[in-house]
Design a protein around this ligand. Structure first.
Ligand code: NAD
Length: 481
């Protein structure tokens, strides 16, 4: 993929940027420039917020449309995205190194799934009810769209994570300014073209790629009513502070360091569970927020589990993200590879034992590749067990008994995902209840559109997905009758 874009999608059309600055996109596979887009500035955000504001405030506009009319438009957007699936897969995978085998299942599918799911909810939901009161009268309780939303998304799943925000928000009647990460911009133009084709009214979704200053400017913009953020915990804290000061509603989907708890009765046959284990611990080159990157292994089966994970990591095909056979592609940026390699060095220096990987793969001299790496004998208090690495690196931590497994799992500042691996379903569910996290899977980890997704502790505030997310884009109003 190579592309040069010269405009932003603002107010339902292609608008010239306020400055001549550009973002150069560099291929993680080759380290060569593959194109550029304009770099958003405060003036571009002003224009995008003005367009979103006008669309929201239009008395005959999107927020006032009948729910079924919005649902129809959302389904048209899903259809327009379906048509563009090949471009979307290529755009995402050529920029962030996500293997196409993954982008074709997630980035080119999840947004449509969510748009259709929320369109379906919209057809069933009533946004108002009349309640008999206790004091003689009654109350008309309405749920109104919250307003203009600033949606700030990271590079790791740029389209799926944007749709976590705009799909429920559009259903509620909100309008959007989306700010993609500088690492993943081309895919946002594919989305813009689909929005255009679907006949979503002008200004309902506006897109301005840019860096963190532009993101921070959007967060504080007086024309914005809510911020929906996915990204690092450090950025989330600073956004939360700004939103606290402004009393602006905010959802924060942040980092994680989840536990994959292997119980002593787990089925560890890679033929049967290899795909699920891979998805729960290493998906997208390890650059996924919910992964169980701390693998808790019972001492009674410790050596066997070290061998299973060593075998799994050694078997993975590392290569160009655009090759359908690739299972682990390059890191998204040089900075990201530096970060992963610095953690591998910290693990080594801290006394953990590397059983496989630890370096750069042979024969891949260009591109930001890192070998899938397994650390055994890791202490849960060590840096590699406490901090988010965001690469294909797992820490194996031994434990004795279920209580110790829970204690170690919960000994983390994060609480986003996790998994329990067992042949006894009920035992797995009971243990899952005791893990401090917003989500957790049994013998798998697969977020579903119908169920709330989000974190506790340093993993964030609020929930995306499910009917819960639709509520989060509305505000209740009581009209006493
Ligand atoms: P990042 O926080 O550096 O950037 C995320 C987005 O926020 C980008 O668009 C960036 O430009 C913008 N941004 C950065 N600082 C900002 C600020 N102060 N104000 C406003 N905008 C700002 O994160 P990243 O490196 O792009 O993404 C990786 C992180 O995202 C990891 O920590 C990962 O765990 C997290 N993540 C969380 C989830 C989740 O659902 N919980 C999902 C995916 C990724």
């Amino acid at each position: 993929m190579s592309a040069v874009r010269e405009h932003f999608y603002i107010g339902g059309g292609w608008r010239s940027p306020a400055s001549a600055a550009t973002i150069t996109v560099v291929s993680p596979n080759t380290e060569q420039a593959i194109g550029s887009v304009p770099d958003g500035t405060a003036a571009d955000i002003d224009a995008a917020v003005a367009a979103a504001r006008a669309a929201f405030d239009d008395p005959n506009g999107w927020s006032r449309w009948a729910p079924a009319q919005r649902a129809d438009a959302m389904e048209r957007l899903a259809d327009a995205l379906d048509k563009r699936a090949p471009q979307m897969i290529e755009a995402v995978s050529s920029q962030n190194g996500m293997p196409v085998a993954i982008s074709e299942k997630l980035e080119a599918v999840f947004p449509q799934l969510l748009l259709r799911y929320y369109a379906g909810l919209l057809r069933q939901e009533s946004f108002e009810e009349t309640r008999p009161g206790l004091l003689g009268g009654s109350t008309l309780v309405t749920r109104e769209p919250i307003g203009v939303v600033g949606a700030i998304v990271p590079w790791n799943f740029p389209q799926a994570l944007a749709s976590f925000k705009y799909a429920p928000g559009l259903a509620a009647g909100c309008t959007f300014v989306i700010k993609p990460s500088p690492e993943t911009v081309f895919d946002s133009y594919v989305l813009a073209e689909a929005i255009d084709e679907a006949g979503i009214p002008a200004g309902v979704i506006n897109i301005v790629p840019g860096g963190r200053e532009v993101g921070a400017y959007l967060v504080e913009h007086p024309g914005v009513d809510k911020i929906a953020f996915t990204g690092s915990t450090a950025a989330g804290r600073s956004i939360a502070e700004a939103c606290g000061r402004l009393l602006r509603p905010v959802t924060l989907e942040l980092g994680g360091k989840s536990a994959a708890i292997i119980l002593d009765d787990a089925d560890l046959d890679l033929v049967r569970i290899g795909e699920q284990l891979f998805s729960a611990t290493l998906l997208n080159n390890g650059q996924t927020c919910f992964l169980g990157t701390r693998v808790l292994a019972p001492r009674s089966r410790y050596q066997e589990i070290v061998d299973v994970f060593t075998g799994l990591a050694a078997s993975l095909q590392v290569g160009d993200s655009l090759d359908p056979k690739t299972q682990i592609g390059p890191m998204a940026s040089a900075r990201q590879r530096d970060r992963v390699e610095s953690y591998i060095a910290k693990g080594r220096n801290g006394g953990a034992r590397i059983t496989v990987g630890g370096g750069r793969p042979q024969g891949l001299d260009n591109g930001w590749f890192v070998e899938p790496t397994i650390f055994a004998d890791v202490d849960n208090s060590s840096t590699i067990a406490q901090e988010e690495i965001f690469g294909p690196v797992l820490s194996l931590i031994p434990y004795c008994g279920d209580d110790e497994a829970i204690r170690i799992a919960n000994d983390s500042t994060y609480g986003l995902g996790g998994s329990v691996w067992t042949s006894d379903h009920d035992r797995g569910v009971e243990l899952a209840r005791r893990v401090s996290s917003g989500t957790i899977g049994i013998n798998n980890y697969l977020p579903d559109p119908t169920a709330p997704f989000g974190g506790v502790k340093s993993s964030g505030l609020g929930r995306e997905l499910g009917p819960e997310a639709l509520s989060a884009y509305t505000v209740a109003k009581s009209i006493y009758l």
